[in-house]
Design a protein around this ligand. Sequence first.
Ligand code: 26V
Length: 816
Amino acid sequence: PEDIYEITNPKDISSLKRALVNRLIYSIGKDPVETQERDWFFALAYVVRDLLTLRWMESMRRYYLQDAKRVYYLSMEFLIGRALGNSLLNIGCYDEFKLVLEDVGLDLEELAETEEEAALGNGGLGRLAACYLDSLATLRLPGFGYGIHYDYGMFSQRIEDGYQIEHPENWLRYGNPWEFPRPDVLYRVQFRGHVVECPNADGKRRYRWIDTEDVMAMAYDIPVPGYGGETVNNLRLWAAKASRDFELKYFNEGNYIKAVEEKTQSENLSKVLYPDDTTQMGRELRLKQEYFFVSASLQDILKKFRIDQRDFSDLPQEVAIQLNDTHPSVAIPELMRILLDEHQVPWDDAWAITVRTFSYTNHTLLPEALEVWSVRLFEELLPRHLQIIYEINHRFLTEVGERFPGDMGLIQRVSIIDEERGKRVRMAHLAIIGSHKVNGVAALHTRLMRTTIFRDFARIFPDRFVSITNGITPRRWLNQANRGLAKLITETIGPGWVTDLERLRQLAAMADEAEFRARFRAVKSANKQHLASLIAKRLNIGIDPASLFDVQIKRMHEYKRQLLNLLHVITRYNRLRAGLSQDMVPRTVIFGGKAAPGYHAAKLVIKLINDVSKVIGRDSTVAGLLKVVFVPDYNVSRAMEIMPAVELSEQISTAGMEASGTGNMKMAVNGAITIGTLDGANIEIREKVGEKNIFIFGHTAEQLDEMRRGGYDAWRFYYDNEELKLALDMISTGYFSPDEQDRFKPLIDSLLREGDRFAILADYESYIACQEEVDRLYLDSETWTRKAILNVAHSGWFSSDRAVREYAERIWNTPI
Ligand code: 26V
């Protein structure tokens, strides 16, 4: 029958059920009497995708007919997570499908757990991209993501004997029900070869890039539903496919095996996500990944631009391209190459078009994470791009020389090519020079960008730097993750907050009403119990749902200072053992996060957390008063489980080092109170929720700067504070590692002998004092709840809808 897949009415349970069973039979090929849970999941996902598909085509048609300016978000990472629950809520069919499944004896929540999550990102930067796609679709903007279709996303983390072990995660093992493979959308991407100059008939020089080794990029499309389901946008991910050249080359020589080998080689390009967001190691494969997806995306963008009907000078009116960090910044010389070499646009015109089209987001100031590529590697892989970069640089430096005569230092500092330490291409310089706007991701971060690492550029381009503070999507992080709180909020202020998060402000008045506080507390308490049951089931660890849930979940990084948190835990343990329990509330301290596989210090902190957890867990004198849990394999799904249960949100990075943070926002909107430094978006959280409703401690970025200039004396902190000395001595003398006394020597050395780069010792005392205040407040549960409610009420500004609107107005010129 022709209506196999047709859903006549998405609110009509029987039509949904028919669609589901049809899908199970005709798309999965299973008899309903012998299906596994996964079969039902896939059948359901196909039905939901069907519901998205028509709206998706309608959205594309609308953009085409309106000839709307398109926004392209280029990112090496999209940390999407699972899609089923989010899609059902966004199209408004969650309850209907819940009933349909109950009808066949299944539980929707349980079924949703069988979905593999799309973990195509490391952490903050990738998750931000996913939140922005959700907001673009919800705001009905023609916003498209472009990225890489990795076979292996983020590794899964197992903990063995307290150590992190990485395991590859084959998320596509059973196929991805959301994506449409597009074998017909295929572009050629060139590498290596060389450049020849050929004089044109008109006497102008032309450059041709020839004898290249080519890889094909094949598209996979993933629908991105906005809330309300009206608009469905597209995320296009590229997978590497061998070009036919390989076959021809070797088949002609009769070397079939060699041909297949090289085919495999070139398809390795999109094999795996780099799981290290701490250091830029200059690996060839990484640069190839970057150019691969940039080249395919630009070809696709220009095809949709329909150049046959337009002039390139219209490009900036039709297209905005946002570069998510410098990773896709080779797009700047690539667009120049296309304009110059393939369309003979004069340099000055091409450059004006390029700069007006691109904008760049900077996500970190840490020097070790800034991308630089050796000139040698660049020349080998992308010889024409290197020439163009040299020309961009030459023209830029000439202009700078004219505007700031005699300042040779300036020329050296702003050059795209770093001439010291072997010649290197500084991608951030390229991205700044080639974009009309450069944004930081929080106010402090942008200010530091302007005044420290990019101060010369801020002088040269005073209007180029803008600050747009990050945001999070309330659909996933509140409406979906925290159904209990979502329900309470909707009952109190109506459902409008889901797309207009500032409406949460109406809850502020409710903070003073005892009855509302009790209901709010009941929600938090149920969420804590739920998390406790998950931890009991999966980790076989019992935690007290009545204890204070103190949570630090994020990537493991020295600057995020999980070690400072642990020093507090150890100090607390020591105080409890010394019989000072009267002022302390029972606490469960929860950690979660992955370390980059080669980041030894971060991995050692994981081991220390687990060793400390073991010692404390075995000590009956602190039973019921203190517990430490490390939740393995922290990812988007784990985050959605944990966020609703958090009471104390640990945001304790060294001031000046966390560009923004977004977990801080997720926890605040879920009713946690932040303990944090004046860093990243914490500063804006304080501004919004009010300084009485947040725990701030530690040195400011300016104070740390000054302290370092005066000479940082780590030993002084050690000798001046007995409790700090005791905690450090316990770690270094093997109290937590009796089987290997000097296991943690590298951690202690980094603090005491190597200058404590992250100022852990300097902030210890004020952190401990602040934690004492936390206990005092928690004892007064009415006041705690009041403050928690005010955190929710004043977190509306941190919606990614607000952030995307700001991008639309201030960067893309596509106002809503
Ligand atoms: C850097 C690198 C270096 C080369 C190897 C692969 C790789 C992958 C990712 C990165 C980016 C690290 C920067 C990052 O994720 N920054 C985070 O961005 C968040 C969103 O703006 C922000 O909230 C966090 O504070 C910031 O650390």
